[in-house]
Write a protein that binds this ligand. Structure first.
Ligand SMILES: [Zn+2]
Length: 85
């Protein structure tokens, strides 16, 4: 196992994940919030729009949006979604 620096709080922890165990629930909560927000959009929102609409920090939005599994989940719920953020 490698020591990783948590992308949310910056603490060091030992795991294969990018997020420490303390932050994982927050990450999961924000991802589901972001997912329901994106599914409701009719036009492609900007990162700033998303941040304003969800209260999630832009750095975290960028991180979620670069997560292919997350985008797959969003697209599954909204088949015509075509975001390239
Ligand atoms: Zn953390």
């Amino acid at each position: 196992m490698n020591f990783k620096k948590c992308l949310r709080c910056g603490c060091f922890f030992s795991s294969a994940d990018d997020i420490c165990p303390n932050c994982t629930p927050k990450d999961n909560f924000e991802m589901s919030k972001l997912k329901s927000f994106l599914v409701q959009q009719t036009e492609e929102p900007t990162i700033a729009d998303i941040s304003k609409g969800t209260g999630i920090e832009e750095t975290n939005i960028n991180r979620f949006m670069s997560n292919k599994n997350f985008l797959k989940e969003v697209k599954k719920e909204k088949s015509n979604i075509n975001f390239n953020l």
